[in-house]
Design a binder for this molecule. Structure first.
Ligand code: TPP
Ligand code: MG
Length: 326
C-alpha cells in the first residue's frame, strides 16, 4: 500500500516524537527529587498517536485530553517551559500551577482542558465541536480518550450527540489495552471492536495500529481530513502501548498484570525506533543530524527545567482568583 506521506512530514513527526520521549524521560528521572508533587501519567511508547494528530491539526482546532496528556499538549503546540512549570506547581505553568500534570489548559494553542476523571472531557470536546459549528468556525474539535473511557456513559452520550448534530469532532481513542492494571479482556466482551462500536452509534470510524507507522499516520490524516471537510464526527482507534507504570515514573513489570512477552514485543516494535530506522534506511536523515537534533532537544529541556525551578509559586491570594464568587 502506498502512503502519501512526504519526507518532510515524516521528519517532522520523528522530531516531535523524539522531543516528547525525551521530555518524559527527563520527567521520569527528575520525579524522585520530589519537586513535582502531582501524580504523573507518562506516555512513553505512545507518542505516535499524539504527534500524528498534532501535525495534521491546525491552531484553530480545539483539543481536550485525559489524565495522560503531556504528549497531546506538546503535539498541539503547547509550551514546554509552561508544561514543566505546571508540573512543578509554579505560577508560570500553563494552568498557573493549580492543575498539575492532569489538568493542562492553554488557550494560546487551543488546548482547552485535560482532566483526571475518566471520560470527563469527552462531552466537553463535543460541546467545543458544537461551538465551532454554531460560530461557523472552520476549526474542528479533537477529543483524546483512552480505551477505558469507552466504558463510561459519557462516551455513549457524547458520540450520540455528535452524530445527531453532525459535529466536527474527531474522537481519538488510544487503545493501549489497559485501564490501570485491568486488561481489556476482563473489562469488555471478547472480540469487541471499539471502532465498530462507534459505527453502531452512528459515526464513521477506523482502527489502526501505531506499529504500522505509515499506515497509522495516513489513517490519522484521512480522519482529520474527513472531519474538517465533511464536518462530521469520526472515531479513530489507535492501538498503542505504554511502557511504564500506569501512574508514575517507574516500570511495574514486577506486578505481572501484563505478560512479559507482550511488553517486550511492543518495545521491539517501538514506532519511534521504526521511524528512525526508516529515515536512516531511506537516507532522509543522517545519524549525525539525528544526534545533533537530540542534543538540541536536551538543551531545550534543560532550559525548561531551569525555568520551572526558578519560577515562583503562586501567592496565597491567587487562590481566590478565577473562582466562582457570590
Ligand atoms: C470516573 C473515573 N473512574 C476511575 C478513575 C480511576 N482511573 C484513573 S486513570 C484510569 C484508567 C483509564 O484507562 P484508559 O482510559 O484506558 O487510559 P490510560 O490510562 O490507559 O491511558 C482509571 C480507571 C477515574 N479517574 N475516574
Ligand atoms: Mg488504556
Amino acid at each position: 500500500m502506498v502512503h502519501a506521506i512526504s519526507k518532510t512530514l515524516i521528519v517532522k513527526i520523528f522530531k516531535q516524537m523524539v522531543r516528547i520521549r525525551k521530555v518524559e524521560e527527563r520527567i521520569a528521572s527528575e520525579y524522585p527529587e520530589g519537586k513535582m508533587r502531582c501524580p504523573t501519567h507518562l506516555s512513553i511508547g505512545q507518542e505516535l498517536p499524539a504527534v500524528a494528530v498534532g501535525v495534521f491539526s491546525m491552531k484553530k482546532d480545539l483539543a481536550v485530553s485525559t489524565h495522560r496528556s503531556h504528549a497531546h499538549y506538546l503535539a498541539k503546540g503547547g509550551s514546554l517551559p509552561k508544561l514543566i512549570a505546571e508540573l512543578y506547581g509554579k505560577v508560570t505553568g500553563c494552568s498557573r500551577g493549580r492543575g498539575g500534570s492532569m489538568h493542562l489548559t492553554d488557550l494560546d494553542c487551543g488546548f482547552i482542558a485535560s482532566t483526571a476523571i475518566v471520560g470527563n472531557t469527552i462531552p466537553i470536546g463535543v460541546g467545543l465541536g458544537l461551538g465551532q459549528m454554531i460560530s461557523r468556525n472552520t476549526g474542528i474539535s479533537i477529543v483524546f480518550l483512552g480505551d477505558g473511557s469507552t466504558e463510561e456513559g459519557s462516551f455513549y452520550e457524547s458520540v450520540n450527540f455528535a452524530a445527531v448534530k453532525s459535529l466536527p469532532v474527531l474522537f481519538v481513542c488510544e487503545n493501549n489495552l489497559y485501564s490501570v492494571y485491568s486488561s481489556l479482556s476482563v473489562r469488555q466482551p471478547k472480540n469487541r471492536d471499539i471502532s465498530k462500536l462507534a459505527q453502531a452509534l452512528g459515526i464513521r470510524s477506523k482502527k489502526t495500529d501505531s506499529r504500522d507507522i505509515l499506515s497509522c499516520i495516513s489513517e490519522v490524516k484521512n480522519s482529520i481530513f474527513y472531519v474538517r471537510n465533511c464536518k462530521k464526527p469520526f472515531l479513530i482507534e489507535i492501538e498503542t502501548y505504554r511502557w511504564l507504570e500506569h501512574c508514575g515514573p517507574n516500570c511495574d513489570d514486577n506486578l505481572a498484570y501484563r505478560p512479559k512477552r507482550e511488553l517486550e514485543s511492543w518495545k521491539k516494535l517501538d514506532p519511534l525506533s521504526a521511524i528512525e530506522d526508516l529515515l536512516l534506511r531511506k537516507d532522509m536523515l543522517t545519524k549525525k543530524k539525528i544526534d545533533l537534533f537530540k542534543k538540541t532537544i536536551e538543551n531545550e529541556i534543560d532550559e525548561a527545567f531551569l525555568f520551572a525551578e526558578s519560577s515562583k509559586f503562586a501567592s496565597e491570594n491567587d487562590g481566590y482568583n478565577d473562582v466562582f464568587k457570590i
